[in-house]
Design a protein around this ligand. Structure first.
Ligand code: PEP
Length: 258
C-alpha cells in the first residue's frame, strides 16, 4: 500500500446525550493511543466543545469533527452552523455530503460543492462522503454514481487543496443495515474512485488521497476491509458508539500498517 496513514472516523450521528458523549469520549481517550492511525469523532454540534475538552484534558490525539456545516459565513440561515462557529469550538474537520444529508435532508451536489469550498477556504480538513444506492448498484451504476459525486463535489478544488480532503466511500445500502460490501467489491469501488481522482488531478494527487470505507464496518470485518490496497481507513457509525468496538477497529487499522 502507498504510505497513507489510515484514518478512522466515528460518526456519532444524532445519538447520545451529553453524559453518554462524555463517557464515550473518556473511554476512547483511555483506550486509544492513536499510534499510526488518525482518529476523529463526529459528535452532534452541541457536544463538540465538551467532547473536545475531554480529549484535550486527557492529552488524547483523537480529534473532533463536525457532521456538517453551512457554507455562508453568517446571516439569516436559521438552524445552520457556520465554519467560523465550528472553529470557535475547536473543530477543524468537517464531514460533508453524508448519505443522510443527501438522501434524508435532500442536499444536492451543488450545495455539497459550496460547502467543500467554504470549508477548504476556511482552512478545514474535509471528509467528502459519496456512495451509491442499492438500486444503483443493482443497475451496475456504482462507479458512475461515485464518479459523479466526486466530480461534482470537488469541482474547482485544486490539487493543492486535495491534501486536506479525504473521501469516504459509503455504499448507502450498507450504512446502518448490517450489510457490508465484500472486501473485493469495496476495493474495486475504491480503486475506481482513485482512478477518477487521477483523471481529475494526476497520479501523485490520487495516490496521496485517503479513501475511507463506511457501511457497517465492525471489529469482525474491519481487518479484511482495511487490508485492501485502496482502503485507507473507515467511517464508522454504529460501532463507533461502543469503546471496545471502535478501539478494536482502530487496532485493526494500526495492524494493517504495522
Ligand atoms: C455512517 O454513519 O457513516 C456509517 C457508516 O454507519 P454504520 O457504520 O452504522 O453503517
Amino acid at each position: 500500500m502507498a504510505s497513507r496513514t489510515p484514518t478512522i472516523g466515528g460518526n456519532w450521528k444524532m445519538n447520545l446525550h451529553l453524559q453518554d458523549a462524555l463517557d464515550l469520549a473518556t473511554g476512547l481517550a483511555d483506550a486509544v493511543t492513536g499510534a499510526g492511525v488518525q482518529v476523529t469523532v463526529f459528535p452532534a454540534f452541541p457536544y463538540l466543545m465538551p467532547v473536545a475538552s475531554v480529549f484535550a484534558n486527557k492529552h488524547s490525539p483523537i480529534r473532533v469533527g463536525a457532521q456538517d456545516c453551512y457554507h455562508q459565513p453568517n446571516g439569516a440561515f436559521t438552524g445552520e452552523v457556520s465554519l467560523s462557529m465550528l472553529q470557535d469550538v475547536g473543530c477543524s474537520v468537517v464531514l460533508i455530503g453524508h448519505s443522510e444529508r443527501r438522501h434524508v435532508v435532500g442536499e444536492a451536489d451543488a450545495l455539497i460543492n459550496q460547502k467543500v469550498h467554504a470549508a477548504l477556504d476556511a482552512g478545514f480538513e474535509v471528509v467528502l462522503a459519496i456512495g451509491e444506492l442499492l438500486e444503483q448498484r443493482e443497475q451496475g451504476m456504482t462507479d458512475f454514481v461515485n464518479y459523479g459525486q466526486v466530480c461534482l463535489g470537488l469541482a474547482g478544488v485544486s490539487a493543492e487543496q486535495m491534501a486536506r480532503v479525504t473521501i469516504a466511500y459509503e455504499p448507502v445500502w450498507a450504512i446502518g443495515t448490517g450489510k457490508t460490501a465484500t472486501p473485493e467489491d469495496a476495493q474495486q469501488a475504491h480503486a475506481a474512485i482513485r482512478g477518477c481522482l487521477k483523471g481529475i488531478y494526476n497520479d501523485e494527487t490520487a495516490q496521496a488521497v485517503r479513501i475511507q470505507y463506511g457501511g457497517s464496518m465492525k471489529p469482525g470485518n474491519a481487518g479484511d476491509l482495511l487490508a485492501q490496497p485502496d482502503i485507507d481507513g473507515g467511517l464508522i457509525g454504529g460501532a463507533s458508539l461502543k469503546v471496545e468496538d471502535f478501539a478494536a477497529i482502530i487496532d485493526a487499522a494500526a495492524g494493517v500498517t504495522a
